[in-house]
Design a protein around this ligand. Structure first.
Ligand SMILES: [Zn+2]
Length: 87
């Protein structure tokens, strides 16, 4: 079981869900669509994410953190971003 990717949220969610219901539905539809269209089934197990997914996920986490007045924690996407791996 994973937990919600919103910064500071410990809500448990199934692996195929990016965020808990509350956070997911507070994202703009355009961001939700980008997450879906760039998500690859199995990426949570092999940690191979696309650049497009890293960008969409990072933007989403920033969006929620800003709304909640938190400092966004996107370290995981910076770590997994393929652009970083290529360096
Ligand atoms: Zn959440």
């Amino acid at each position: 079981m994973h937990h919600c990717h919103a910064t500071g949220c410990k809500e448990p969610v199934p692996p195929e869900m990016f965020m808990c219901r509350r956070h997911w539905f507070s994202l703009p539809k355009t961001l939700r669509n980008r997450i879906w269209s760039t998500y690859r089934s199995g990426q949570c197990d092999d940690w191979n994410i696309s650049k497009a997914y890293a960008d969409a996920a990072r933007e989403s986490v920033h969006y929620i953190a800003k709304r909640e007045g938190r400092v966004p924690d996107v370290a995981i996407y910076d770590l997994l971003d393929p652009r970083r791996m290529e360096q």
